[in-house]
Design a protein around this ligand. Structure first.
Ligand code: UDP
Length: 458
């Protein structure tokens, strides 16, 4: 297959920040093993972002919405349908073009949100490897739905092989949520990740084996192909407690705020600052934003709160000016830089999987305020399985009151359980670092992937 060429790996993420980040970091790790790696982005995202991919090349395909991306589609379903029809052809064309340019691709690492990509790999004679961006526990839930073991919507507690006992409120929202607008669009996308998985050469999961070993063992027992953990996809400089001077994301869909927040953090005592972020997609109601604002003020602690530009109008009037001495509101930051800073003592997070892994890998105790999708399940594991934080209790379906927000932050930073939580966070942080160090579980899996997928036999 290689014909004397260097092994060339194409990386195809679902076009969203939380999917691009981990696959790009994985690509950088592969590049450090002297492999040729190329991130395949949509033309719209490529044109609208400042990319600093470093050792990973960038190529584009069309999603059928070159001038507006996902937001230009009438619905998510319409976007993913068009991405499939236009993306399949343009991905096939890209693989042909790379071949004619003397840089033939050998392996397609694809996001299973785009299961059609494996058909393109097959048609082009490439190996195909599915790269799951959500934790193995969540992938396991969708496998149970795919295999018909659980019926959606789930309304009772469940006992399932490979998983701890789970209440409906611990499960991914699409499995329990009967919201007629969201479910028809997104549940099939998640469940269909398992559609043609059996035909792939390998499954990679952005997680750490030791974090979810029962889930990994169960998943491997269900699939006729190897299932490998390759996380955390956090650059090793951060795991070595060094904040690098250059950007390590390489693909920011949002522009980092120009406020000198790292200098500001330098002026704060160790473990004294609360960092609050709800990721790249979540949109809080104005009432919920208000409750968080009042909870933050009530803690009397310093804070950095990421409020994306589109969300700023929801902040209470004068909130920023009134809290200028104690708090910073930024529209986007380099999250790893903030989490790695010694002044950061607590991470209030929506429990998106990247944020959760980043919090674990950098040893920051967490307060989970999950919103939707896999986030409730990640928050459940943060509190009850890894015991590195607490999950805020909701009032009604998913509303967190200011007092509860304050209680959780205090519990994690100064409360009775804080010592134990900090100890657990330090333990998992070391484990995350060890897993990608020479001989660690993820390091071994990455080498097995290279060995199995980059040899001459296909
Ligand atoms: N992130 C960032 N700056 C911010 C907020 C978030 O760089 O101000 C990054 C964060 O480090 C993570 C990603 O955006 O890698 C968010 O992914 P996650 O899976 O946590 O949540 P999603 O955005 O998919 O809901």
């Amino acid at each position: 297959m290689l014909n004397g060429n260097k092994c060339h790996i194409l990386l195809l993420p679902c076009p969203a920040q939380g999917h691009i980040n981990p696959i790009l970091q994985f690509g950088k790790r592969l590049a450090s093993h002297n492999l040729l790696t190329t991130l395949v982005n949509t033309r719209f995202l490529s044109n609208s972002t400042k990319s600093e991919p470093g050792p990973v090349n960038i190529e584009c395909i069309s999603d059928g919405f070159d001038s507006g991306g996902m937001n230009a589609a009438p619905s998510r379903r319409a976007y993913f349908d068009r991405l499939e029809s236009v993306g399949s052809e343009t991905l096939f064309g890209l693989i042909e073009s790379l071949r004619s340019r003397g840089r033939p691709a050998h392996v397609l690492v694809y996001d299973p949100f785009l299961p059609w990509a494996m058909n393109v790999a097959e048609r082009s004679g490439l190996r195909s490897v599915a790269f799951f961006t959500q934790p193995c526990a969540v992938d396991t839930i969708y496998r149970h739905v795919w295999e018909g073991r659980i019926k959606v919507p789930v309304t009772e507690p469940v006992r399932l092989p490979g998983l701890p006992p789970l209440e409906p409120s611990d499960l991914p929202s699409f499995v329990t949520d009967s919201d007629p607008v969201i479910n028809p669009d997104l549940l099939p996308l998640l469940v269909n990740q398992h559609k043609n998985l059996d035909k792939a050469d390998m499954v990679l999961i952005n997680s750490i084996y030791e974090l979810e070993h029962e889930e990994f063992d169960w998943m491997e027992s269900r699939l006729p192909l190897p299932v490998k953990s390759i996380g955390p996809t956090v650059p090793s400089t951060y795991l070595d407690n060094r904040i690098p001077s250059d950007s390590h994301y390489g693909f920011n869909l949002y522009t980092p705020d120009t406020t000198p927040y790292l200098d500001w953090l330098d002026s704060k005592a160790p473990n004294s600052v609360i960092y609050v972020s709800f990721g790249s997609l979540s949109s809080l109601s104005p009432d919920q934003t208000n409750e968080i604002a009042s909870g933050l003020i009530a803690t009397n602690k310093s804070f950095i709160w990421v409020v994306r530009t589109s969300e700023l109008a929801k902040l209470p009037a004068n909130f920023t000016q009134e809290n200028a001495s104690r708090g910073l509101v930024v529209t986007w930051c380099d999250q790893l830089d903030v989490l790695a800073h010694v002044a950061t003592g607590c991470f209030v997070t929506h429990c998106g999987w990247n944020s959760t892994m980043e919090g674990i890998a950098l040893g920051v105790p967490m307060v989970g305020v999950p919103q939707w999708s896999d986030q409730p399940m990640n928050a459940k594991y943060v509190e009850d399985v890894w015991k590195v934080g607490v999950r805020a209790k909701t009032y009604g379906k998913d509303f967190v009151r200011g007092e509860e927000f304050k209680r959780c932050v205090e519990e994690v930073m100064d409360g009775e359980r804080s010592g134990k939580i900090r100890e657990n966070a330090a333990r998992w942080c070391k484990l995350a670092k060890d897993s990608v160090s020479e001989g660690g579980s993820s390091d071994k899996c990455i080498k097995e992937f290279i060995h199995q997928c980059c040899n001459d036999s296909k």
